[in-house]
Design a protein around this ligand. Structure first.
Ligand code: SF4
Length: 788
């Protein structure tokens, strides 16, 4: 639906108009829908082949305007059949149905309301068309039972007229609400992100404005503590208030980041909420059923939704509130009305100016339907903010990857047989299962073998589309297998070289995407404008290539405002005594242990970052054995769910520990800034290069074949990016400083050093204990730790 609120004009197809609902609608599964469409088409052709003998003309295009409550609705469609008989125009719509025929009038009006509305809309357009100057119109719904071919002809009389009046009212109400929402935005008032601009922010709003005048894509690279989130909200709210865009989407990869973004947004909106927002959470978080299984046959919160939507209690939560209600309250209210809270959220989104969500809601084919199916979501009128943008390529690559398990495929094949699906489909599934089992652990597939798998997947996906399958009866496990087959299969078929097939365990085939730049670019192309936020884009060429931004019609503008407080804030040294490569790791641990102890003796509490939990565990064990008097706090493998939990961990660690063991790439190294200004020394043990495995090796070859430095792209860049991220969290404001020891001689390699952010590149070298002591001696030169 295209809506021009200022002109009060909406353009849509007759089908869209007929099926419009201001509430979320559960669509039948794509596969079943495609099958129904294929069968429906066959029956259409069968009926239409008799058109001549009946005096009908097939497929007549029609378009026109219907004025309603101040709006002009521009509709267009194609009528299946039309004929003139006795000075009367007879329009017929042919529809296949799954239920049994014949049906009485009320059942048709209730079960097939959309079809009736489609015909009634055609009649409205015919009446207004100069091509059909008739006084009398006859509209016929021609139903065909798809399994038997039994037909029922049903003429819609005047008793159906209220349906179209009600539908026009519904659409006009919805459009009025949208217009009201946009008008309200014209008077949107909000605070500046910072009453007094921080250093480097002085001209940022005008810089952003002029950058967006030159390109739709702007990259804002600024260190932690700069205030990128606040600055981006301020710019986005200006765009909303001026009418340049109709909506903002803010995406970030971690839930903590989403909560922090919302907190910042609330500060800008103060207490007058002229702009409304919603924090999008996943289905499972919304679930109120005893079993998380979203089938209308099993979950009572999905049944009879049309009727339940009119319940009064939900309306204010969905329509009126500018802020989303607390999740538990939202769940309780919806459960009381018998409605799945996730479905209620789907409805509420349409009425919100700002959506805050995880990347997946745009960049994962399994989750992006939530936004894609919103009736008035138009990317061309939307400002997109992508936070922690350096994480985007790896996340989309992971979303585009899949895992095929031969046992799961066998189970799905058996279920399909039981459900009466075509035997060929089960056979295709078993053949794919056999292909998965044909390889042994550690094998990697050649491009040709992967091509064959991609072909098999496409055949299966197409076969599903043409099969009458009762998806509600398939077990959740098999449903997961099924969706796993479908998602990303087209991309694999189009660009097999961007995927690697490999066998992590016998019977399991992993298909890992190593380049999702085409998917990212295609998604971004549709947006009005897009702002990327990150602390580290370095090296920028790699980022542009990984996101496909180097292939856009406009060159992205890179803004990197000054951050003078970082000058001299880091006192960095590289410990050349140690080799942390895997085969030398055990030998180096005693030096690592003694170095940690020396640092802790002088500047406790200190933070020590490791590339893995296993590495941290080994060092901790030796430290505890040799120096049991240190108090050590360790990040555990179990994720701390909430910001409060993480804050409590850091707070306790800072108060009661000498040494805090953390993991690079985890939420304490990215997205959580609680250590900023609170510790005076940090040690990074090893550049966190990814482990050597078939995927990384393939990546290396892939980039090498594109005349790039494969090792740098596959190993160095992701590893050093984690180090840059972790160090960046430690100095957040003027006056803060930290001593950072990078332990491993590999940090001194020219290429590796060049990937470190500017402020860490100037460093000292530790070749022996005296050097370390000298460097530590300089501790007195930096400011005393902040009081906690
Ligand atoms: S439909 Fe909603 S309430 Fe029902 S199982 Fe799914 S998430 Fe839970």
């Amino acid at each position: 639906m295209e809506i021009d609120a200022s002109d009060k004009r909406a353009t849509m197809s007759v089908g869209e108009f007929a099926s419009f609902s201001p509430y979320a609608k559960r669509e039948e599964s794509k596969g079943l829908g495609a099958w129904r469409a294929a069968v429906g088409q066959q029956w259409h052709q069968e009926v239409q082949s008799h058109a001549d003998s009946e005096g009908f003309e097939n497929e007549q295009s029609i378009s026109g305007e219907i004025p309603w409550h101040g709006w002009t609705l521009q509709l267009k469609g194609r009528i299946d059949q039309i004929r003139v008989q006795n000075n009367e125009l007879h329009a017929r719509e042919i529809k296949t149905v799954s239920g049994h025929l014949p049906l009485d009038r009320d059942s048709i009006a209730q079960k097939y309301k959309d079809y009736c509305l489609q015909l009634l809309s055609y009649r409205e357009l015919l009446q207004r068309s100069k091509r059909y100057p008739f006084d009398s119109f006859r509209i016929e719904l021609y139903l065909i039972e798809f399994s038997t071919g039994i037909t029922q002809s049903f003429i819609l009389d005047a008793s159906f007229d209220h349906l179209i009046v009600d539908q026009l009212d519904r659409v006009a109400d919805y459009l009025d609400q949208k217009r009201e929402r946009l008008e309200k935005l014209r008077s949107l008032k909000f605070k500046s992100a910072y009453a007094t601009p921080r250093q480097g922010q002085e001209t940022i709003q005008s810089d952003l404005k002029s950058a967006f005048n030159r390109s739709r894509i702007v990259l804002l690279e600024a260190p932690t503590g700069y205030g990128k989130t606040g600055v981006s909200w301020e710019h986005g709210l200006h765009k909303l208030a001026s009418g340049e865009v109709e909506r903002i989407i803010y995406l970030t990869s971690k839930k903590t980041g989403q909560l922090e973004a919302i907190e910042r947004l609330n500060m800008l909106l103060a207490d007058q909420y002229a702009a409304s927002y919603w924090h999008i959470r996943n289905k499972e978080e919304h679930c109120v059923n005893s079993e998380f299984r979203c089938s209308s046959k099993i979950c009572p919160y999905l049944s009879d939704l049309e009727r339940k939507w009119d319940t009064a209690a939900l309306q204010p939560l969905i329509l009126a509130e500018a802020k989303p209600p607390p999740l538990e309250q939202f769940k309780t209210t919806n459960a009381a009305d018998g409605i799945c809270p996730y479905e209620a959220m789907r409805t509420a989104l349409s009425y919100r100016d700002i959506w805050v969500a995880d990347y997946n809601y745009l960049f994962s084919s399994s989750s992006s339907r939530l936004l894609g199916e919103q009736p008035d979501f138009d990317p061309a009128k939307t400002f997109l903010i992508i936070d922690e943008a350096h994480n985007l390529p790896s996340r989309v690559e992971s979303n585009s990857s899949k895992e095929l398990r031969s046992l799961a495929l066998e189970a799905l094949a058996s279920e399909l047989t039981e459900l009466g699906a075509d035997n060929r489909l089960s056979a295709q599934m078993r053949s794919l299962a056999d292909e998965c089992s044909a390889y042994g652990k550690g094998d990697t597939l050649s491009l040709r073998q992967l091509d064959d798998i991609a072909d098999s997947l496409m055949i299966i996906v197409k076969s599903f589309a043409n099969q009458p399958i009762d998806y509600d009866s398939i077990s959740p496990e098999s449903m997961d297998t099924l969706w796993g087959l479908a998602y990303g299969s087209t991309a694999m078929n189009e660009r097999p070289e961007c995927f690697l097939g490999w066998i992590p365990e016998n019977g399991i085939l992993k298909i890992t995407c190593i380049d999702a730049s085409t998917e990212i670019r295609r998604t971004l192309e549709a947006f009005h404008s897009c702002l990327f936020l990150t602390a580290t884009l370095h090296p920028i060429d790699g980022f542009l290539e990984q996101t496909g931004l180097d292939r856009l019609d406009q060159t992205p503008i890179h803004l990197s405002p000054p951050a003078p407080w970082l000058n001299k804030a880091y006192d960095v040294a590289i410990d050349m005594r140690v080799d942390t490569r895997f085969k030398y790791r055990d030998k180096s641990i005693p030096t690592t242990v003694s170095t940690i102890a020396q640092l802790a003796d002088r500047i406790a509490p200190i933070a020590v970052f490791f590339p893995s939990y296993a590495y941290a565990d080994k060092v901790k064990q030796q430290l505890e054995e040799t120096r049991p008097f240190y108090r050590i706090a360790s990040q555990t493998r179990k994720q701390l769910e909430t910001i409060e939990d993480r804050a409590a961990f850091i707070d306790e660690a800072l108060r009661f520990s000498d040494i805090i063991f953390l993991t690079l790439g985890s939420s304490f190294a990215e997205g959580v800034d609680m250590l900023g200004g609170k510790i005076k020394a940090v040690m990074v043990v090893s550049p966190a290069l990814p482990e050597v495995n078939p995927v990384q090796q393939y990546k290396r070859e892939y980039y090498k074949n594109r005349n790039q430095d494969g090792f740098e792209r596959a190993y160095l860049q992701p590893g050093i990016q984690k180090v840059n991220q972790a160090l960046g969290r430690l100095v957040r404001a003027p006056g803060q400083s930290v001593k950072a020891l990078l332990q491993c001689h590999r940090f001194a390699d020219t290429k590796t050093r060049s990937l470190l952010a500017n402020q860490y590149r100037e460093c000292n070298y530790i070749f022996n204990d005296d050097d370390l002591n000298d460097w530590l001696e300089r501790e007195s030169q930096i400011n005393p730790p902040q009081k906690i």
